[in-house]
Design a protein around this ligand. Structure first.
Ligand SMILES: CC(C)(COP(=O)(O)OP(=O)(O)OC[C@H]1O[C@@H](n2cnc3c(N)ncnc32)[C@H](O)[C@@H]1OP(=O)(O)O)[C@@H](O)C(=O)NCCC(=O)NCCS
Length: 505
C-alpha cells in the first residue's frame, strides 16, 4: 500500500487571512507551534507565510502591527493533492527547498505537509539528501573502487590486477597468481619459489581444529563443515577484529587461512567417508596437494594442472555475492574469520557456487545427446533454471567456460561429447524460449565435468571452488580493511504507513 500525502499531513491547517497583520500571523504560528500559516481568502489558498518570511520582514524593518500578511507572504504557492504519493511531496519540497506545502482537495484546503511530517513519520530520509534508487539485485551498481580485478561482461573478459585471468590460468601457477593478488605483483622465479615454500609450510591443521573436525565432519555437508571450521580456527588462533589489527597481521592471517582451507576440506571429506585423513605433502603444489589429500593418491600431472587451472580461473570474479558479503562484514571491522564464514555461506547457494554438481546431475539425467533437447525444453517450459547457464554480468560466452571446455577436451573421457552437445542444445533452446536474455554457458557447467574427470566427488565440487576462492575473498578483505568505510545502504519501506496504533491484546 502506497503512503499518500493525506496519511502524513497535519490537518486542519493553521490559517490566517491576507489582510491580517504580521503580528497576528506570528502569534498564530507561535500558539500552534508551527513554522508556517496558510493564507486563505474566502476559504481559497492565496499564499503561505513562513518563519523565513517573518525573518525577511524583520530584517527589512517591517512594521509587524500594521504590515499586512499579503505584503510578505509567498503568493500562489505550489500545493499538493491529498491523494498524491508521499514521494511527490518529498520531490516537491526538496527540489524547491520548501519546508511546508498546503494540501488541497479541489479548491478546499485540507492541511499542510512539512518536511518534518515526512521525516518524523517515515524516518527514512535524512533532511539534506534524498535516497538513490538502485535496480533490484544491485545490478550494475558500482559500490567500491578496487585494484583486485574486474569483469567486463559484454566483452567476455575478466582480469586480476592488470592481467587477463585466462592468460594467467594458461601460463602461471596458482601460487604465482596468489602472490599477484596478495603482494600486488607477479613473482619472478626466486620470489615465486620462496612464496610457494612459505605457503606449503602452513598447510597443517592446528591441534584444536584437528580435535573437533571428526565431530563437525559427521554433522554436515563439506561446505557447512568448512564454515564451522573457519569459525573454530579463528577462535583458536585468536584472530582479533580487523578494526584493531594492522595490515601485516591481517595479511599473515589471510595467508595461513588460504593455506589450510584445502586441508580442512580434504580431512573433513575423508572423515565423512570413514577414511583416515591424509597429511599434506610439502613437495606438492596447492592443487596437486589438495587432490592428494582428498583421494590419498598423488594425482597425475594432467589432473593436477586441470584443477589448478580451474582454481586460478575461479580465484576471484568482481563483486560477486560472496565477495561482496566478505567486504560488507569486513566493513564492520569484524575479524577475518567472520568475513570468510559469511562468504562461504553466500557461496553455498545454487545461484552462486552451488551449481556445478547440479549441472553434472543434469548431464546424468539427460544421459544421451538425443534426449537433450526434450529435457531442456521441458525444464525451461516448466520455469526451471538450467544449471551452468546464464550470468548476471556475462552477456556473451563466459571466458572461464571456454577455457574449461578446452581443459575437458584435453582430459578426454565419456562426458566430453555429451557436455558439448548439451551446451549447444541448451544455448539454442534458451535463445528460442528466452529470446533476448543472452544466456550462455557459465563457469559451473564445465567445472563439474573437469572436477568429475579428475576424481573429485560431486559433493566436493563447491568446496573445491571455495578452496581457491578463499584467496580472492582474503584479497578483498585486506583491500576493504585498508581503506574502510562501513557499508550500510538503505531500503524503501513499502508496508502500511506507520505509526499505526499498537492494538491491545
Ligand atoms: C546466474 C543467474 C542467477 C543470474 O541471474 P540474473 O542475472 O538475476 O538473471 P535473471 O534471474 O534476472 O534472469 C533473466 C531471465 O533469464 C532467465 N534465465 C536466467 N538464467 C537462466 C537459466 N540458467 N535457465 C533458464 N532461464 C534462465 C530467467 O528465467 C529470466 O527470464 P524472464 O525474463 O523470462 O523472467 C541465473 O542465470 C541462474 O539462475 N543461472 C543458473 C544457476 C547457475 O548456473 N549459477 C552459477 C552462476 S556462475
Amino acid at each position: 500500500m502506497k503512503t499518500v500525502v493525506r496519511d502524513l499531513m497535519t490537518s486542519p491547517a493553521i490559517t490566517c487571512t491576507s489582510s491580517d497583520s504580521l503580528a497576528t500571523a506570528a502569534r498564530t504560528m507561535r500558539e500552534a507551534e508551527t513554522g508556517s500559516v496558510v493564507v486563505t481568502d474566502a476559504g481559497k489558498v492565496v499564499g503561505i507565510l513562513t518563519e523565513r518570511d517573518l525573518l525577511r520582514a524583520a530584517a527589512a524593518s517591517a512594521d509587524p502591527g500594521n504590515d499586512a500578511v499579503a505584503l510578505w507572504m509567498t503568493a500562489h504557492p505550489d500545493v499538493l493533492g491529498a491523494d498524491e504519493e508521499v514521494d511527490a511531496a518529498w520531490a516537491s519540497l526538496t527540489a524547491h527547498h520548501y519546508r511546508h506545502l498546503p494540501v488541497v482537495e479541489g479548491n478546499a484546503l485540507r492541511g499542510v505537509i512539512s518536511l518534518r511530517d515526512l521525516m518524523g513519520m517515515a524516518r527514512i530520509r535524512p533532511a539534506s539528501e534524498s535516497s538513490i534508487d538502485v535496480p533490484p539485485g544491485l545490478e550494475g551498481v558500482l559500490v567500491a573502487e578496487t585494484t583486485v580485478g574486474d569483469v567486463r561482461g559484454q566483452e567476455g573478459f575478466f582480469h586480476y590486477r592488470q592481467y587477463s585471468a585466462v592468460d594467467l590460468a594458461e601460463r602461471r601457477s596458482l601460487e604465482d597468481v596468489w602472490h599477484l593478488l596478495f603482494r600486488g605483483e607477479l613473482p619472478d622465479a626466486a620470489m615465486g619459489a620462496a612464496f610457494a615454500a612459505e605457503v606449503r609450510s602452513r598447510r597443517g591443521l592446528p591441534a584444536g581444529l584437528t580435535g573437533i573436525l571428526p565431530a563437525l565432519a559427521r554433522q554436515g555437508a563439506p561446505l557447512e563443515v568448512l564454515r564451522s571450521a573457519v569459525s573454530v580456527l579463528g577462535s583458536e588462533l585468536g584472530w582479533r577484529p580487523t578494526h584493531d589489527i594492522d595490515a601485516a597481521e591481517l595479511a599473515d592471517q589471510s595467508l595461513g587461512l588460504c593455506a589450510v582451507v584445502p586441508t580442512i576440506l580434504a580431512t573433513a571429506h575423508r572423515l565423512r567417508e570413514g577414511l583416515e585423513p591424509v597429511e599434506p605433502r610439502a613437495d606438492l603444489d596447492f592443487a596437486a596437494n589438495y587432490l592428494y589429500m582428498l583421494t590419498g593418491r598423488a594425482p597425475t600431472a594432467e589432473h593436477a594442472r586441470a584443477i589448478e587451472q580451474y582454481m586460478i580461473l575461479t580465484i576471484d570474479h568482481g563483486f560477486n555475492a560472496s565477495t561482496f558479503t566478505a567486504r560488507v562484514i569486513t566493513s564492520t571491522g569484524a575479524d577475518l574469520g567472520a568475513a570468510i564464514v559469511g562468504a562461504i555461506g553466500a557461496l553455498s547457494g545454487p545461484l552462486h557456487g552451488g551449481a556445478p554438481s547440479r549441472a553434472l546431475d543434469m548431464l546424468d539425467a539427460i544421459g544421451t545427446a538425443d534426449r537433450a533437447e526434450a529435457y531442456i525444453r521441458r525444464a525451461v517450459e516448466d520455469g526451471d533454471r538450467i544449471m551452468g547457464f546464464g550470468h548476471r554480468v556475462y552477456k556473451t560466452d563466459d571466458p572461464r567456460s571456454l577455457l574449461l571446455r578446452s581443459v575437458t577436451e584435453r582430459l578426454g573421457g565419456p562426458l566430453v561429447a555429451l557436455s558439448q552437445d548439451v551446451e549447444r542444445t541448451t544455448v539454442d533452446v534458451l535463445a528460442e524460449l528466452k529470446p533476448g536474455r543472452q544466456l550462455y554457458t557459465n563457469v559451473e557447467f564445465y567445472a563439474g565435468v573437469v572436477m568429475h574427470t579428475c576424481g573429485i566427488p560431486r559433493d566436493m565440487f563447491t568446496p573445491t571452488f571455495a578452496a581457491g576462492r578463499t584467496i580472492g575473498w582474503c584479497t578483498h578483505v585486506m583491500e576493504q580493511a585498508s581503506h574502510n568505510r562501513l557499508i550500510r545502504p538503505a531500503a524503501r519501506y513499502v508496508g502500511p504507513p506507520p505509526p499505526q496504533p499498537v492494538p491491545t491484546p
